[in-house]
Design a protein around this ligand. Structure first.
Ligand SMILES: C[S@@+](CC[C@H](N)C(=O)[O-])C[C@H]1O[C@@H](n2cnc3c(N)ncnc32)[C@H](O)[C@@H]1O
Length: 279
């Protein structure tokens, strides 16, 4: 498997029904990006799809699998918000939300934003950083739709999204379209994260029989984060209180660095690198 930050290759976009009004709006935004190729029918690689006004990720090799959307409002994410155990669940305790509710957390590997949403729904202010352009677009679309949900709009206010990475040298940001995102670097410094959360893709995930097909499509797009070790040092330099790394239970420590302590969740382990007590 490869590491694919999505920087070097064009992404494909398929829009089966561009005439529907809400599809049209999204389609117009996407086609403004010069690294998107519009396709007439699904090809070999995973592709973005616009359906019912939502941006999804699909794969022609899995025609029966629903596209992967960033959906904060229903399905697994909603279930976790309502019944996931609140501030008592492992991820919340690991980042310290049981000690301070309105923590400023940098989620430096945002992915589909599920963990970020849990933390924001428990009161944290979360800055999500994602380096894959396609994943960043999926997140932007999910956040946009969340803004229309009156009940959850308050959570959306606590979530911010940036395109870039902590691990390329110091802080680095790319430009998604024509606008410069150098402001994003400033935004991060102003944000001054108290906690940094890392959940890089782990190769073994895809080998597990438990991995759902939709996660397999996601992994196909993103590849393995083979450079994940490089995230720990800049995260430790930037976080005020602690860095938390989510790993599969049996996985080795990130960058072979032994954490201060670890919390075992239902399916994951959270390695905690403490710098200072949360106050
Ligand atoms: C396993 S997913 C994260 C899942 C996420 N915690 C969630 O709940 O949906 C890992 C994500 O981190 C991103 N990523 C990996 N390394 C990164 C880096 N150095 N900078 C920014 N994003 C990174 C990958 O592109 C991928 O989307």
């Amino acid at each position: 498997m490869h590491s694919n930050s999505g920087k070097d290759m064009n992404l494909q976009l398929y829009c089966p029904n561009p005439k529907r009004y809400e599809n049209q709006l999204l389609f117009r935004d996407m086609t403004a990006l010069d690294w998107i190729d519009i396709i007439k029918r699904p090809g070999e690689q995973p592709f973005l799809i616009i359906e019912q006004g939502m941006l999804g990720l699909a794969d022609a090799n899995w025609p029966k699998v629903h596209p992967v959307y960033v959906d904060f409002q229903s399905g697994a994410v909603a279930h976790r918000r309502l019944y996931g155990g609140g501030a008592g669940q492992a991820v919340a305790k690991a980042v310290g939300l049981n000690k301070k509710k309105n923590l400023r957390i940098l989620d430096a590997t945002a992915g589909l934003g599920r963990d970020a949403f849990v933390m924001a729904s428990l009161g944290a202010q979360v800055l999500m950083l994602e380096r894959h352009r396609g994943v960043h677009l999926l997140l932007a679309d999910g956040l946009y739709r969340l803004g229309f949900n009156g009940e959850l709009g308050e959570i959306q206010q606590r979530l911010t999204l940036s395109y870039g990475s902590l691990s390329y040298g110091s802080l680095s940001y790319g430009s998604l379209s024509h606008e410069s995102l150098s402001d994003a670097g400033q935004a991060l410094e102003q944000f001054a994260p108290e906690v940094i959360y890392l959940d890089p893709m782990f190769p073994e995930r895809v080998k597990s029989a438990k991995v759902k097909k939709e996660m397999a499509i996601f992994q196909e797009l993103v590849g393995d984060d083979v450079d994940a070790d490089a995230l720990l040092a800049p995260a430790l330099a930037l976080a005020e209180f602690r860095v938390v790394v989510k790993r599969p239970k049996q996985a080795p420590h990130l960058a072979a660095q032994v954490p201060t302590t670890a919390l075992i969740g239902k399916s994951s382990r959270f390695d905690i690198y403490s710098k200072k007590a949360i106050s």
